[in-house]
Design a protein around this ligand. Structure first.
Ligand code: PRP
Ligand code: URA
Length: 210
């Protein structure tokens, strides 16, 4: 299967990513920008949604208009930090259902520990966008994708703000069917497996917990 990684080059996405990388950007601005970036990414990721023709009656005449015709959409944030991307995406796709996967990365072992999972009942019929700001070692995303597939999901895209090659390779290896969409591929991980330069701990910066 062809490996798929798409990097968003939209100038607004790149500009806003630059601001959230700054240490001095506080939680309020960080949250707003993460949602704005997620919204822009959602615009880009939905450019290929299929359309069909339908006939409607305007106040003046009958005409043919376009309607979305493909699978219904779902958003699955990986908690906590993925929550920060949901509202931005929902502002463009308000009818999408939202599932949740709760995972945290054990700071010692880096293993992803699952503590919550709730998906739409018809997850298998939907096109799911799994969202998390960071793809670092890939352990969390890989575990989340496994958990989601176990519950029936088949059509999945993974959307993150920044990533590194290690995490991308992990997803390609464990989930070759899942295309990855990212705002940047950073040079690597530091000794604590944080993305370097990255933007630090995404959950803590979103929720002000540090
Ligand atoms: C962060 C981030 C990812 C994960 C990425 O979550 O939001 O889920 O780390 O790292 P990985 O690719 O090496 O697994 P974290 O574990 O800090 O949990 P939190 O969102 O609850 O803060
Ligand atoms: N999780 C984060 O929140 N940040 C990183 O850089 C890596 C994992």
């Amino acid at each position: 299967m062809e490996k798929h990684v798409h990097v968003f080059h939209h100038p607004l996405i790149q500009h806003k990513l630059g601001i959230i990388r700054e240490e001095s950007t506080g939680p309020k601005e960080f949250r707003e920008l993460v949602n704005e970036i997620a919204k822009l990414m959602a615009y880009e990721i939905t450019l290929d949604l299929p359309l069909t023709d339908v006939t409607v009656q305007t106040p003046v005449a009958k005409t043919t208009v376009k309607r979305l015709s493909g699978k219904k959409l779902g958003i699955v944030p990986i908690m906590r930090a993925g929550l920060g991307m949901v509202d931005g995406i929902l502002s463009l796709i308000p009818v999408a259902k939202v599932g949740h996967i709760g995972l945290y990365r054990d700071p010692e072992t880096l293993e992803a520990i699952e503590y919550y999972a709730k998906l739409p009942e018809d997850a298998g019929e939907r096109e799911l966008i799994v969202v998390d700001p960071m793809l670092a070692t890939g352990g969390s995303a890989s575990a989340a994708l496994t958990a989601i597939k176990k519950r029936g999901a088949k059509n999945i895209k993974f959307l993150c703000l920044i990533s590194v090659k290690e995490g991308i390779d992990r997803i390609h290896q464990d989930h070759p069917d899942v295309p990855i969409y990212t705002g940047a591929i950073d040079p690597g991980l530091n000794e604590k497996s944080y993305i370097d330069p990255g933007f630090g701990d995404a959950g803590d910066r979103l929720f002000g917990t540090k």
